[in-house]
Design a protein around this ligand. Structure first.
Ligand code: FES
Length: 372
């Protein structure tokens, strides 16, 4: 039963009602037909109870594809992809749903310190990782370390940190997985962007700072650095792999069906989500249809606790704050990596006056604004 259905603020009474400003999580039965309420008037949300009669709205049917299929039915009735949530509820208010970090309940949540491996472990496998300076593995001009993997409880993605000094790194790949690269540091501003490049199966792309690059399944890549700076890259691997495969030579198998592989940060391409901003980098527009990468900015705030149906890795680019789960919180700062398992309730707080900039990779999924 829904007790909070109400008219859209300022609405005429003719539009769909907001049943709830969050989606409804449901686990479905294979072959069963579900009728999603589009009008928002049903007392049996998110399903139709016939209350739409005379309103001009009609329910939307969905037949479950498998037993236990997990879905998020739209609650605000403003999705562009009915019957499922597309994140539209985030834009119904001027500010993102927030929580008071100084509330009595939150004040009782302790700070969790990092273990000897640099990981502060929170609830359900969530952790904050500080890169271990001086503990990187070395191979030729490349230094690297695993960041997120199966040993941490990750089920879907893994992540590696790569650092290339001057010269050419060894050629590496991750088998049949998609690899989504993020350039945390490349050629400095005012320098020739070709000073730092990534070769993907023989095709060269600029490794501009804060850009994303997509290596398709089966391809290999190499970091090329002719600058005076160190090229620093995070590699998210989807589905996860335990480690890179090293190649003696660059394979000649660039998938020319997908020629666009590099997406630079572009403030003009930012989308707003309440008082937050994000820009999609690698996503389905360039052929990454199972995983997506974004870069975003959040203001000083603590998000209301929420969950996602995808696994997520976040790299803090600028700013500081805390990652919260129900029984612990860990400090985060620029350079740290956060791992979020599917369905883990969490909340990120930004405490620095300049806000926080983050890069995230979600997998499996394509829309980072869907939360519940
Ligand atoms: S009751 Fe809302 S669509 Fe039927």
């Amino acid at each position: 039963m829904n007790q909070d259905a109400h008219e859209m603020p300022g609405g005429t009474g003719d539009g769909p009602r907001i049943a709830r400003t969050k989606p409804f999580y449901a686990e479905l039965e294979k072959g069963k037909r579900y009728l999603w309420c589009a009008c928002g008037r049903s007392q049996d949300q998110p399903y139709c109870d016939g209350s739409h009669r005379g309103t001009g709205f009609a329910p939307v049917a969905y037949v479950a594809r498998e037993d236990g299929e997990e879905v998020l039915f739209c609650g605000c009735k403003r999705t562009a992809g009915p019957p499922f949530c597309d994140g539209a509820h985030n834009n119904l208010r001027e500010t993102y749903d927030e929580d008071d970090p100084r509330s009595a309940e939150n004040a009782a949540i302790p700070v969790v310190a990092a273990d000897g491996g640099g990981k502060a472990r929170l609830d359900g496998g969530c952790f904050v990782f500080t890169l271990p300076r001086g503990k990187l593995l070395a191979r030729g001009a490349l230094k690297y370390c695993p960041v997120i993997g199966r040993a941490d409880g990750a089920l879907h993605q893994s992540q590696f940190y790569l650092e290339a000094g001057p010269g050419e790194s060894p050629v590496l790949g991750f088998g049949a997985s998609h690899v989504i690269l993020f350039v945390a540091q490349g050629s400095g501003e005012g320098h020739d962007e070709r000073e730092c490049e990534v070769s993907i199966s023989g095709r060269r792309f600029a490794a501009a700072p804060l850009s994303g690059l997509h290596v398709r399944p089966g391809e290999a890549f190499q970091l090329l650095n002719s600058s005076a700076t160190t090229l620093k890259v995070f590699a998210a691997v989807c589905p996860q792999a335990d480690g890179p495969t090293w190649h003696d030579a660059m394979p000649d198998n660039f998938d020319a069906d997908y020629p666009d592989r590099a997406v630079p940060m572009d403030p003009g391409a930012r989308r707003s989500m309440a008082d937050r901003f994000f820009q999609m980098l690698v996503d389905k527009r360039i052929g990454s249809d199972v995983a997506a990468q974004f870069i975003g900015e959040i203001p000083v705030s603590k998000a209301a606790p929420h969950r996602h149906l995808y696994e997520e890795s976040l790299v803090v680019i600028r700013g500081a704050g805390f990652m919260w789960t129900p029984t612990g919180k860990a400090p985060v700062k620029a350079g740290d990596v956060i791992f979020l398992p599917r369905k883990q309730i969490h909340s990120l707080e930004c405490t620095g006056p300049g806000g926080m900039m983050l890069m995230g990779v979600i997998y499996p999924g394509d829309n980072p604004s869907i939360n519940y």
